[in-house]
Design a protein around this ligand. Structure first.
Ligand SMILES: *Cc1c(COP(=O)(O)O)cnc(C)c1O
Length: 417
């Protein structure tokens, strides 16, 4: 037995001063790149300069024909849905558990997000998705929660069999892959966030990927009126005449954010390799802690390790509540152990319960959801404790302290009952 629990007056395991995790990593080269950009251009209305560099870099990294940057991941999702011809009254099947922005832009298109049960890992369950397909279904949406790829092959098969588009929200999963194929390349299009903590970060920003020319022109029309539409949409295309106004929205990335993201893009594979090492260490050691379970990653699947998720089993610790377990971890100084807050089952959110108050024209075939509608997703969310995954070798010492904190709380669980 170790020393008494910090929550009960003992010494904490983790003594390093916080924060223990910060993102994105910034060094002198990053600073130089952003400062250089500051002195060259802070507004780029065409596909040129750092915006072109970043989009070219993304196209090369993902192996796709088109990458279109946006002001945020939410904007990328909005533009992607519009470009995928999601129209008023259409249904889009989305995972019941994701960050709400995966689906919320659908309300602005007067389309209906149809929530779908997930697998225990939190990713959309392809068999459940198939059951939800109706003549109104336009698309099937996959998030790759915490950077663990969804079952992309099964989802592509379901989408293909029913003639609906597969779309992806890759915001947790930049660089993750399934049998060598990168997340974001499995369907008609994908949207990614470049927000602060995401595996690839520009601080703020996002992008859409697609191989389809028409979808590319539609993203431009939706999000990049005037210059980009005028120079990138062929004169013969039916959308070309709308170039000056587009759809009326301008959702451009800031050049300084693009410079930061471009700097990070060159380091992404290094970050991912480092995270994989530390994730393996954490998984190996936390798997031995009673009360915690680490879900294995299937053969051939490479995660981005945006987060390492642990399933908490109260029944293995005399019924100790996850709240109390988590509180004891924090008291041990392991403050990065986190319970997902805003990334929660969507039917618990007022927007998804009563969209009509904010969107009076919302189609009436909105389904009614209640607690218990998605037992697997709800159970997984309620029992998840997650940890950001460090990427540097020198972070192993801290990872090791986090493991010891978890083992200590588990060891002493009886004192918390
Ligand atoms: C962060 C995130 C978004 C939204 O991206 P922003 O850049 O913050 O607008 C959408 N979906 C998922 C899964 C996210 O994690």
């Amino acid at each position: 037995m170790t020393s008494p629990l910090a929550l009960l007056g003992g010494e904490p395991v983790v003594t390093a001063a916080g924060p223990h995790f910060s993102w994105p990593p910034i060094d002198d080269a990053t600073r130089a790149r952003v400062t250089t950009q500051l002195e060259s251009a802070v507004s780029i209305p065409s596909r040129s300069g750092i915006v072109a560099d970043l989009e070219d870099g993304l196209q090369e990294y993902f192996g796709v024909r088109h990458a279109i940057t946006t002001s945020s991941g939410t904007a990328a999702l909005h533009a992607m849905y519009a470009a995928a011809r999601v129209d008023a009254g259409d249904e889009v099947i989305v995972p019941a558990w994701t960050f709400h922005a995966t689906a919320s832009p659908l309300f602005h298109l007067r389309a209906v997000p149809v929530l779908c049960e997930t697998s225990p890992d939190g990713n959309i369950d392809p068999a459940c998705a198939e059951e939800l397909i109706t003549p109104r279904t336009r698309a099937l949406m996959a998030t790759h929660l915490w950077g663990r790829p969804a079952d992309t092959h099964a989802l592509a098969a379901v989408a293909g069999a029913h003639g609906v588009s597969l779309l992806e929200d890759g915001s947790h999963a930049h660089g993750a892959s399934v049998h060598g194929r990168k997340i974001g390349t499995f369907g008609l299009a994908s949207a990614f966030s470049l927000n602060g903590p995401k595996p690839l970060s520009g601080g703020e920003g996002g992008f859409v990927l697609t191989d389809d020319d028409d979808t590319y022109y539609r993203v431009l029309t939706f999000a990049h009126y005037n210059k980009r539409c005028r120079s990138e949409i062929p004169k013969s295309h039916p959308l070309a005449r709308y170039a000056v106004t587009g759809s009326g929205l301008k959702l451009r990335i800031h050049p300084l954010a693009a410079a930061l993201a471009f700097d990070q893009l060159h380091r992404l594979d290094g970050y991912l390799a480092g995270r994989a090492e530390i994730a393996r260490f954490l998984a190996d050691h936390l798997a031995g802690v009673p009360g915690l379970e680490v879900m294995p990653v299937p053969e051939g699947v490479i995660a981005s390790w945006y987060g390492l998720t642990l399933t908490y089993h109260p029944e293995r610790l005399g019924g100790l509540s996850i709240e109390r377990f988590h509180q004891a971890l924090a008291a041990e100084g392991a403050v990065e152990f986190d319970r997902p807050g805003s990334t929660r089952p969507l039917h618990e959110l007022p927007l998804y319960q009563h969209p009509g108050s904010l969107f009076p024209g919302h189609p009436r075939h909105h389904r009614q959801y209640r607690a218990g509608s998605f037992p697997v997703a709800e159970h997984a969310h309620r029992h998840t404790i997650k940890l950001p995954v460090w990427h540097r070798e020198q972070d192993l010492a801290l990872a090791e302290q986090y493991v010891r904190a978890a083992a200590k709380v588990s060891d002493h669980h009886q004192e918390l009952l």
